[in-house]
Design a protein around this ligand. Sequence first.
Ligand SMILES: C[S@@+](CC[C@H](N)C(=O)[O-])C[C@H]1O[C@@H](n2cnc3c(N)ncnc32)[C@H](O)[C@@H]1O
Length: 403
Amino acid sequence: MSGQPRVTVVGVGDDGWQGLTGEARAVLREAPLIAGGDRHLALMPDLPGRKVPLPSPLLSQLDDLVTANPGMCVLASGDPMLHGIGATLARRLGAGQMRVLPAVSCAALACARLGWAEQEVDVVSMVSRPAEVILPAVQPGARVLVLCRDGGTPAVLGELLADRGWSATQLTVLEHLGGSAERVRGPYPASCLHPGPFADLCLVALACAPDTPGAVLPRVPGLPDSAYETDGQLTRRAARALALAALAPGPGQLLWDIGAGSGSVGIEWMRVDPRCRAVAVEARPGRAARIRRNAGRLGVPGIDVVCAAAPGALRGLPRPDAVFIGGGVTTDGVLEACWQALPPGGRLVAHAVTVESEALLHQWQRAVAGELVKLDLSYAGPLGRFTTWRPALPVTQWQAIRS
Ligand SMILES: C[S@@+](CC[C@H](N)C(=O)[O-])C[C@H]1O[C@@H](n2cnc3c(N)ncnc32)[C@H](O)[C@@H]1O
């Protein structure tokens, strides 16, 4: 870092001033202004600098606050870079403009109390997101730490898990870790969680166990079709799994799911990794609403649903790393706009079920690159006392990588 940082973010544990390092105390004594949440400010002794609550709404006013107060400090809980304001400031100011003095994170404290290896747990925040965001991490044998909005969160979690067939999951509630009011209660099965009350400063540790194999929805693409609410506009399981394999989701990457129908491709792209992002483009409002419902139920409520027709709907969207065209291949300009939007290395997968759309994919494959694959699947089913094959509609898949 060159010169003085514009802002220093100081992590504070539940033991407040007493738990801070000498360096953190010195920085706070010298700061002209100290901003923080009410709980953190209350943990500070009298200091020369002015204490102010963090502005609300935070994001729109944070930059102005930092610009107007060079050398200021921001207080955060535990490690400011773990679901904290340190990460937000780093994104906005750049890492070179700030200094971070972390305290021990609540995740580290929870793992220490439970004897869990930190690298083997997922940390999911429900602080400002719906409970369903935990679902992709809920896998057999998984250990998950859930950061809570308040003392009501453990009950919400217990109900959700029981409702989705994970009532055997063990929940441990850890309150005020590292402080004098620290308390660890549990484990309780999700079906009969201790009624509380729990302190607002708490987190929940989950040791996940499904009640039946049918409750398991893996992160690997190719969820059963029955996982989706649909009006029939659904890319079927096998075609979806092959499409996602070619789309190759990577952490932080963005997918455009065009003609998204029930939303399955964008949803499974996002379930692969919590950093994956997707825009579902769907012209019909009823289907757009269904995509939101499916995404919420399957644990990726952050999907961006654009209710408009491509290619017009694509103008102004952030550049994708991959594009899936499940519907609308023959609409003028859609293939062209998608291909042009991709950066080098970007992947495109398009599906066709009509002779006309297949012909178009063939033209593109010859003109550009990639592979054409015909998915001609049959499913076994009863025929009287016997079993027979029933063919599904063949799907032509074009997979291409932009060079
Ligand atoms: C925005 S997150 C910040 C986490 C923080 N950066 C850290 O490293 O601990 C806040 C949530 O973390 C959890 N949390 C933070 N400190 C805690 C503590 N001392 N005891 C229990 N949970 C804590 C709570 O679920 C709280 O709502």
